[in-house]
Design a protein around this ligand. Structure first.
Ligand code: PAF
Length: 284
C-alpha cells in the first residue's frame, strides 16, 4: 500500500491508472477506521481493481461547537487496518494541501441539506459536498462507496454527482452493526459502557417500525412517535429527530402509500455522543 499526501501526486497516479484501463474505487473516510469502513473497502474491491482510501478530517464540515479537535486520529492503526484490508493507495493529505491559503470556492447544497442533520449542523453538508467534490477530482474514481448509516449525506452526494455531472457511480453500502445492534461509528468510543449497551434501543426502535409496517400500518408519523418514546424511555437518551422520509428528497412522510419505500431516520443524543441510525421499509 502506498501512502500519498500530495493532491497533485494522487491525481497523477489516478490519471495513469485510468490510462492503463484500471477500474478505480474510492472509499472516503475521516480515519479512526472501523468495521464499517472496512466493509466499504470490501464492497469497492468487488468491482474495482484498485482501491483508494482517503483519510482526511475535514475541518469545513465541523461546526464551531463540534468535536474537530477531539476527533480520534489513530493514524498508525489506520495505516495497518487499511493495509490489511487490501487498500492500494491511502490518500492522507494535510489540511493545507486541501485548503491552501488561496482557497475560496465552496459548494452550497440545496433544500435537501436544510433538514434533519442539516438543520442541526449549520453548514455541515456544504463542507461535506465541497470536500467530496475535491476528493473525487483528486482520486478520479469510477465508483465511490459511501455508508448508508449517513443516509442524508449519501442522498446529498448522489444529488451532487447528478447535479454537477460528475462521471462516477455512487454505491451505498449497508450499515454494519455491533452485536447488540448499535451501528458502528468512529464516535462510539466516547460512549460509556452503560450507554453502549443501552444504545441497542435505536435498533429495537427500527425493528418496532418494521413490525408495524409488516402489520400494514400506514400511520408513519404515529409509528415514528412510538419509536421516539421508546428511545426517550432510556435515561440520558434524547432524540433530536425520529422520522420517516422519502429516500431521495428527505421530505418527511406522515402516511404510507402502498408500494412505496420510506426510510426511518433518527439521531439521538446519548450523553456526549450523537448516534445516527436508519432503515428502509417497503409498504406493501
Ligand atoms: O462520512 C464521512 O466520514 C465524511 O463526511 C466524508 C464523506 C469522508 C467527507 O469528509
Amino acid at each position: 500500500m502506498q501512502i500519498i499526501t500530495e493532491p497533485r501526486e494522487m491525481q497523477a497516479i489516478s490519471e495513469k491508472l485510468r490510462l492503463n484501463r484500471q477500474l478505480i474505487g474510492v472509499v472516503m473516510t475521516m480515519g479512526a477506521l472501523h468495521e464499517g469502513h472496512l466493509s466499504l473497502v470490501r464492497l469497492a474491491r468487488e468491482t474495482a481493481g484498485i482501491v483508494i482510501l482517503t483519510l482526511f478530517v475535514n475541518p469545513r464540515q465541523f461546526g464551531a461547537n463540534e468535536d474537530l479537535h477531539r476527533y480520534p486520529r489513530p493514524f498508525e492503526q489506520d495505516i495497518a487496518l487499511a493495509k490489511a484490508a487490501g487498500v492500494d493507495y491511502l490518500f492522507a493529505p494535510e489540511a493545507s494541501g486541501i485548503y491552501p491559503e488561496t482557497f475560496q470556492t465552496s459548494l452550497v447544497c440545496g433544500t435537501l441539506a436544510d433538514k434533519f442533520e442539516g438543520a442541526l449542523r449549520q453548514g455541515h453538508f456544504n463542507g461535506v459536498a465541497t470536500v467530496v467534490a475535491k476528493l473525487l477530482n483528486i482520486t478520479k474514481p469510477h465508483i465511490a462507496v459511501f455508508g448508508e448509516k449517513d443516509a442524508q449525506q449519501l442522498a446529498i452526494i448522489r444529488r451532487l454527482v447528478a447535479d454537477l455531472n460528475i462521471d462516477v457511480t455512487i454505491v451505498g453500502a449497508p450499515i454494519v452493526r455491533e452485536e447488540n445492534g448499535l451501528a458502528v461509528s468512529s464516535r462510539n468510543i466516547y460512549l460509556t459502557s452503560g450507554e453502549r449497551s443501552n444504545a441497542s434501543i435505536l435498533c429495537q426502535g427500527l425493528q418496532h417500525a418494521g413490525t408495524c409496517i409488516a402489520l400494514n400500518r400506514r400511520d408513519l408519523s404515529a409509528i415514528a412517535a412510538e419509536v421516539d418514546a421508546m428511545v426517550r424511555s432510556v435515561q440520558g437518551f434524547i432524540p433530536d429527530y425520529v422520522s420517516f422520509v422519502d429516500e431521495e428528497t428527505f421530505e418527511p412522510a406522515d402516511n404510507a402509500e402502498q408500494g412505496r419505500e420510506y426510510r426511518m431516520i433518527m439521531a439521538v443524543r446519548a450523553g456526549s455522543v450523537r448516534l445516527l441510525d436508519n432503515a428502509k421499509f417497503l409498504c406493501r
